[in-house]
Ligand binder design. Structure first.
Ligand SMILES: [Ca+2]
Ligand SMILES: [Ca+2]
Length: 230
């Protein structure tokens, strides 16, 4: 015998109701089994990780302008006396002001101060001690900051300036007087003959790349120079 359409709909409704009751029961049981603290701690950790990524970007921006890292995270907001190229405040100058208002960029979601340590030229480590409040344990959160791109850009700009001077020399003086392949002598020659500005500070600056490594040249006659740092 065929089942009347109205009876079938009634059965479906009953089945759906049972399904919902079972699902709500399972959810309630799950929530009862997992302590509330686990959810809170997971949120704290996620919030701290996101904030640390943001602070790492601020430290990178600071380094790009000042060419050194701040002595403390407070200097992202307050200009240090000696940092003439400081273009902050870095912690506030951000598109979503709500984020800044809701967060203290010097502390994690547990309210403990971040630690920032310079580990090398343009490199640093930002750390949170994590939930346990103890440094150097497995729940620590660590973000590396590497400003190699800033050093690379600075070096490329400098190489362009020096190679423009080499080109000008070559136009004027080749083939009679090729520049020597010894880079310090080459630099001194360009400065002495006015192809580059003179002065000990200029010499010191143009002798080395942003990592402090002396530039190298190809064989004489020299047409270009290179950095050995990349
Ligand atoms: Ca820890
Ligand atoms: Ca330099």
């Amino acid at each position: 015998m065929a089942i009347a359409p109205t009876e079938r709909r009634g059965d479906e409704r009953g089945f759906s109701l049972i399904l919902i009751v079972v699902m709500v029961g399972v959810l309630a049981l799950t929530l009862a089994i997992i302590p509330e603290d686990v959810f809170i701690q997971a949120t704290y950790r996620e919030k701290t990780e996101l904030e640390m990524e943001w602070v790492a970007q601020l430290l990178h921006d600071y380094y790009a302008d000042v060419r050194s890292f701040p002595a403390s995270l407070a200097e992202l907001e307050v200009k240090p006396e000696a940092a003439n190229q400081w273009l902050g405040p870095y912690a506030i100058d951000r598109s979503d002001a709500d984020h800044e208002a809701a967060n203290d960029h010097t502390a994690d979601a547990w309210g403990r101060a971040f630690t920032f340590v310079v580990t090398g030229l343009g490199k640093g480590t930002l750390s949170s001690v994590g939930r346990d409040g103890v440094a150097s344990t497995s729940d620590d959160i660590v973000v590396m900051i590497d400003c190699a791109d800033v050093l690379r850009d600075e070096t490329l700009v400098e190489i362009d300036i020096i190679e423009a001077a080499i080109l000008a020399w070559n136009v004027d003086c080749l083939p009679a007087s090729p520049l020597p392949a010894d880079y310090p002598v080459l630099l001194d020659t360009l400065q002495t003959w006015g192809y580059l500005p003179q002065g000990a500070d200029v010499t010191a600056e143009l002798l080395v790349d942003a990592w402090g490594a002396q530039y190298v040249t190809g064989p004489s006659p020299v047409f270009d120079i290179d950095s050995t740092s990349w």
